[in-house]
Design a binder for this molecule. Sequence first.
Ligand SMILES: Nc1ncnc2c1ncn2[C@@H]1O[C@H](COP(=O)(O)OP(=O)(O)O)[C@@H](O)[C@H]1O
Ligand SMILES: [Mg+2]
Length: 264
Amino acid sequence: MTAMNARDLTIMYEGKVALEGVTFKLEEGETLLLLGPNGAGKTTLLKTIACFHREYRGELRVFDREPCEARELIGYVPQSHSLNERVPLTALEVVAMGGIYKRGFSHFKIPPEVLKKAEDALAFVGLSNVKDRLFRELSGGQKQRVLLARALISDPKILLLDEPLSALDPSARAEVSNVLGKIKRERRITMVITTHDINPLLEIGDKVMLINRHLIAFGRPEEVLKDSVIKSVYGPLARVIPVGGKLFCITGDTHLHRHGGGGI
Ligand SMILES: Nc1ncnc2c1ncn2[C@@H]1O[C@H](COP(=O)(O)OP(=O)(O)O)[C@@H](O)[C@H]1O
Ligand SMILES: [Mg+2]
C-alpha cells in the first residue's frame, strides 16, 4: 500500500513559497532520507505531512487521506524537542506522555495500560535500565532514544523524524541509527528522516530525496547520490565515493560550527 504520495506539492508561508514542486511516492514500510542544506524546506515538508502546517497547493496524500485526516497514523519526533527540562520527569514518564497526549488526558496521571506500553517502548529502544532516571540527566543519544520510544508508544504507521542525529557525537549517532534500523526491521513503520549527514543512515534508506527549496532529485540512493547531483546543491567540492560496495557522501554540510563535531 502507498503510504505517502505527493504530486507537484508547493508549500507556502503566508503566500510566500518555501518549497516548490515536490513529487514523490513512498510505499508502506519504506524509509525516506530527506537531505538538503539549511533552509531547504525539510522541516516544512515534515510539518505539512504531519498537518502542523496547512498552507500548500498540489496533492499530498497520507495512506490515501488528506494529511489532517491521517494524524493518528503519524508519530512526529521534532528536532529540538519541546520538552521543558526544568520539569523533573523520568525517562518512563516522558515516554508515557506520548500515550497520554494521544488519548487527550488533560492531567498527568499515567493509566496502567499506558505505563505498560511505555515500559515496552523503552525496552524496545534498549533503555529499560534508565527508566527511573531523570530525562534531563540522560546523555544526548539516550534522550533521542527516549523521544523515539515516546513516538512509538501510539503505534504509528508513519514516523517523521527531524534531524534525529544532529547535535550527537559519533557514538551516540551510531546508537540512534541502530535503533532506527531496528524500527525498520522489526516494525513495518514508514519513516521520513531529515538529516544533514546522510552517511550513518544510508543502510536503512530505501529512497533519498534531495531538496533545496524545490525538488532536486528523488529515487533510490544510487540514483540520487551521484557527484553531479550532489555538486549542484553543495558545490564543486562535494562528492560521492564508493567504499567497499557502499556509498559515502561528502557534502561539507554537517554543521560543524553549530554542533562542534562529527561528520566531514
Ligand atoms: N513559520 C515560518 N514562517 C515563515 N517562513 C518560514 C517558517 N518556517 C520556515 N520558514 C521558511 O521556510 C524555508 C524552509 O525552512 P525549513 O523548512 O525550516 O528548512 P530546513 O528544515 O531544511 O532547514 C526557510 O526559508 C524558512 O525561513
Ligand atoms: Mg529543519
